[in-house]
Design a protein around this ligand. Structure first.
Ligand code: UGA
Ligand code: MN
Length: 256
């Protein structure tokens, strides 16, 4: 089956670096369809050009985050959930597109939500390809821990190793699960709730789809870390600004 990867992305200094890293990882993954959704009122030339030159199979979408939902400069990053409208737009496109595809093949597939700043092992994609309903695995460097993971006993997920509110319905980072396309299509209302309290975004999507005992553990019964919740440092522009003030700033025609 094809893996449909839904990625929200937004314009910032490190965007091209993040998307370059990600696209070059995906080049090594067979049968991957990248659904890249810009948090923007229009498709930007930077992303359009990067996708065009990527040699990947992709769909380029855009959906701006409503202003009252968007983080403002200086807000702590946990205040509002990010990437919500974009992931939902990706789901909307996928449901519509699959309905339009003729043949019995149009329900075969796996859906994965991949943020643009994480680090993905190629092995992860082979693990998730066999997803029947919802598969799960550990995520490294997340939640103030070395890793979070589902705890597996007798082949079933019995609880979650997490440092924070383990009683959440699904205390799993976005990077820690994949859903079969069939299940996504069979539940046309399932989406991410931007109003969900902190830490419950993933649960808002998964709650209607599965129960804990139906989760399919991957990565050697959730003992291997194959994806890392890395976060890129915001580059400092002190020198740039100083030079700009003297009229000696970097050439704006050079895309970074
Ligand atoms: C954590 C989780 O790993 C995310 O999946 C979850 O969406 C997020 O928390 C949350 O609470 O909303 P974190 O590293 O803090 O992730 O979030 P980011 O990586 O900054 O953002 C997640 C995705 O949304 C990224 O792909 C990013 O490019 C995108 N994003 C971020 C936007 O599309 N617009 C924004 O204004 C900010
Ligand atoms: Mn992130």
């Amino acid at each position: 089956p094809t893996i449909f990867v839904i990625t929200p992305t937004y314009a910032r200094l490190v965007q091209k670096a993040e998307l370059t890293r990600m696209s070059q990882t995906f080049l090594h993954v067979p049968r991957l369809h990248w659904i890249l959704v810009e948090d923007s009122p229009h498709k930007t030339p930077l992303v359009t050009d990067l996708l065009m030159k990527s040699s990947l199979t992709y769909t380029h979408l855009h959906m701006p985050t409503a202003k009252d939902r968007k983080l403002q400069e200086g807000d702590p990053s946990w205040l509002k959930p990010r990437g919500v409208e974009q992931r939902n737009e990706g789901l909307r496109w996928l449901r519509e597109d699959r309905r339009a595809q003729p043949g019995g093949d149009n329900q075969q597939g796996v859906v994965y939500f991949a943020d643009d700043d994480n680090t993905y092992s190629l092995q992860l994609f082979e693990e998730m390809r066999s997803t029947q309903r919802v598969s799960v695995w550990p995520v490294g460097l997340v939640g103030g821990m070395k890793y979070e993971r589902p705890v597996v006993e007798g082949g079933k997920v019995v609880r979650f190793h997490t440092g924070w509110r383990p009683s959440r319905p699904f205390p799993i980072d976005m990077a820690g699960f994949a859903v079969s396309l069939k299940l996504v299509l069979a539940n046309p209302e399932a989406c991410f709730d931007g109003e969900a309290p902190m830490g419950l975004l993933e649960s808002s999507f998964l709650q209607g789809l599965v129960t804990m005992d139906e989760l399919e553990p991957k990565a050697d019964n959730c003992t291997k870390v194959l994806v890392w919740h890395t976060r890129t440092e915001k580059p400092k522009m002190k020198r740039e600004e100083a030079l700009q003030a003297q009229g000696l700033g970097s050439d704006p025609a050079v895309e970074v």
